[in-house]
Design a protein around this ligand. Structure first.
Ligand SMILES: [Fe+2]
Length: 419
C-alpha cells in the first residue's frame, strides 16, 4: 500500500521532470533552429583565409590623430564561404587597458577581462552559408596597436537535419514513450494487485464474520463484542501511530481474540450466578484454546498471541502464563484495554454496564496494574472525545431490528482500499 503510494509519487515527479526537459529542448529547437555543434574559428584581419569556412575582410575607413595615439575606424566583413549556416555567434578581440573602443555599429560590444566581445544586432544572429555580414568599430589606441585577429564562436547548423538538438529530442521522445509504456505497465500491475488485495481482504473478513457469528451465537450478551473490541483496538493503534499494516493486524487480532470461547460450554458462558473454580478454569482456558486454534493463522501477525495473552495483566497477575509488562505482546496489551472497556460498557448477564465516569475511574485505577499505562490514556481520550459512542451506534441494532454486526472494510482505520 505504502509502496504503491511511493511508486505513484515517484512516477508523477518523473513525468513532471520529463515534461520540463522535453519543453526545454523543444524551446531550444524552436528559438535556435537546428542548433548543432559549437563552432570556433580564428579570423585573420588581413584578409587571409584561416579556415575553410570563414574569413574576414578588414578595411580602415578613417584615421585621426588623438592624445592617445590615433582614432581608427574599421569596417569588417565576415564572409561565410562554407556550406553551413553559423548562428548565435560572437567575436572576441584581444583588448588592452590602453585601447578604447569608442564606437561600434551593427554589433554590440562589451569588455570582458582582457577581451572585447562583439555580438550581432541583426540577421537573427546568423551568417548564412555563402553570405557575409558587416560591422564597424572605432578604436582609440596608440599608433602601434592594430587588431590582428579575432576569434568567432557560434553554432554550426547541420543542413542534413541530423543535429545534436534533433538527436537529443529524438532520444527524449523514445525515452518518453518507454517511460509512458513502463508507467502503464506499473499502473496496471498496481491496480491488479490492489484488486486482488481487496478481494483477499473481503475473503478474510467474510471468513471472520462467519466464525465470529459462531462465537456470538454462544453468548447473546456479548453480541458485537468482537467487532467493537477490534474497532477500539484499531483506533488505539492508529492514535499510537502504528503502521497501516500493524493497525490492520491489530484489528484482526481484536476480532479473533475470543475465538477460544467456542470451546467453553454455553451453560457456563451464560451462567447468571457465581462460577465454581472448575468453571472459572474452563472460561479462562479460552485463551489457551484460542491460541491453539489460531496456530494455523500465522499469516496474520500477532493474532494467535493476542488470543493467548489478552487476559495477561501488566503487573504479571494475569493468565494463562503470568507475563509481565513488555513481555506481553503489544497487540495483546492493546486488545486487553479495548476488551475491558467493552466489558465495562456492556450489560452482562450478571450486571448492568458502568457509567462513563466509572469506566474512566476503573481504567485509571487499573493503569500500571491491569493495563499498560501507556495505552490507557488513548482509551480514555476515545471515551472523552466520543469515539466509543460512534462505534456503539454503528454496531447497534437498526430500526428494522437487524443488527449491524457485519464487519466491513471501513471498520479498519489502517486499511487502504483505494484503486
Ligand atoms: Fe477474552
Amino acid at each position: 500500500m505504502k509502496f504503491d503510494k511511493t511508486v505513484n509519487t515517484f512516477l508523477t515527479l518523473l513525468s513532471v521532470l520529463m515534461i520540463l526537459i522535453t519543453a526545454f529542448f523543444v524551446e531550444r529547437l524552436i528559438t535556435h533552429n537546428n542548433v548543432s555543434s559549437v563552432y570556433t574559428s580564428k579570423l585573420s584581419l588581413t584578409g587571409a583565409k584561416l579556415s575553410d569556412d570563414l574569413y574576414a575582410k578588414v578595411s580602415k575607413t578613417m584615421v585621426q590623430k588623438t592624445d592617445n595615439g590615433s582614432l581608427t575606424q574599421y569596417e569588417i566583413e565576415i564572409v561565410n564561404s562554407g556550406d553551413t549556416d553559423i548562428t548565435n555567434w560572437n567575436l572576441k578581440m584581444a583588448y588592452f587597458p590602453t585601447v578604447k573602443v569608442i564606437d561600434v555599429y551593427n554589433v554590440e560590444g562589451a569588455p570582458e577581462g582582457d577581451s572585447y566581445i562583439f555580438t550581432p544586432l541583426y540577421n537573427n544572429m546568423t551568417i548564412k552559408a555563402g553570405e557575409s555580414c558587416e560591422f564597424g568599430m572605432s578604436i582609440d589606441a596608440s599608433a602601434d596597436y592594430a587588431p590582428t585577429s579575432m576569434v568567432l564562436t557560434g553554432f554550426k547548423l547541420d543542413p542534413t537535419g541530423s543535429t545534436l538538438g534533433n538527436k537529443l529530442i529524438s532520444a527524449l521522445f523514445v525515452l518518453w514513450i518507454v517511460f509512458c509504456a513502463s508507467y502503464m505497465v506499473v499502473k496496471y500491475n498496481s491496480i491488479s494487485f490492489l484488486k486482488k488485495q481487496k478481494n483477499d481482504i473481503r475473503i478474510i473478513l467474510q471468513s471472520m464474520n462467519t466464525f465470529i457469528s459462531f462465537i456470538d451465537a454462544k453468548d447473546p450478551y456479548t453480541r458485537g463484542h468482537s467487532r467493537r473490541v477490534a474497532m477500539y483496538a484499531a483506533e488505539i493503534s492508529k492514535r499510537m501511530h502504528l503502521t497501516e499494516s500493524e493497525i490492520q493486524n491489530v484489528y484482526y487480532a481484536g476480532l479473533l481474540h475470543d475465538a477460544g470461547k467456542i470451546s467453553v460450554p454455553d451453560a457456563i458462558l451464560n451462567k447468571p450466578g457465581k462460577l465454581t473454580n472448575e468453571e472459572r478454569q474452563l472460561v479462562q482456558n479460552h485463551t489457551v484454546a484460542g491460541g491453539n486454534m489460531l496456530k494455523q493463522l500465522s499469516s496474520l501477525k500477532g493474532v494467535r498471541e493476542t488470543a493467548l495473552y489478552h487476559h495477561e495483566r501488566f503487573d504479571g497477575k494475569g493468565y494463562p502464563e503470568g507475563l509481565k509488562g513488555s513481555e506481553i505482546p503489544l497487540y495483546a496489551r492493546i486488545v486487553g484495554v479495548a476488551d475491558s472497556y467493552d466489558a465495562m460498557s456492556s450489560n452482562r448477564v450478571y450486571r448492568r454496564h458502568l457509567s462513563k465516569d466509572e469506566i474512566i475511574e476503573e481504567m485509571q485505577k487499573g493503569s500500571g496494574s491491569q493495563f499498560d499505562p501507556e495505552i490507557v490514556p488513548y482509551m480514555v481520550d476515545m471515551i472523552n472525545d466520543g469515539y466509543v459512542n460512534v462505534v456503539k451506534m454503528e454496531t447497534a441494532e437498526d430500526e428494522s431490528g437487524d443488527d449491524k454486526l457485519h464487519i466491513s472494510e471501513e471498520d479498519i482505520p489502517g486499511l487502504y482500499m483505494g484503486l
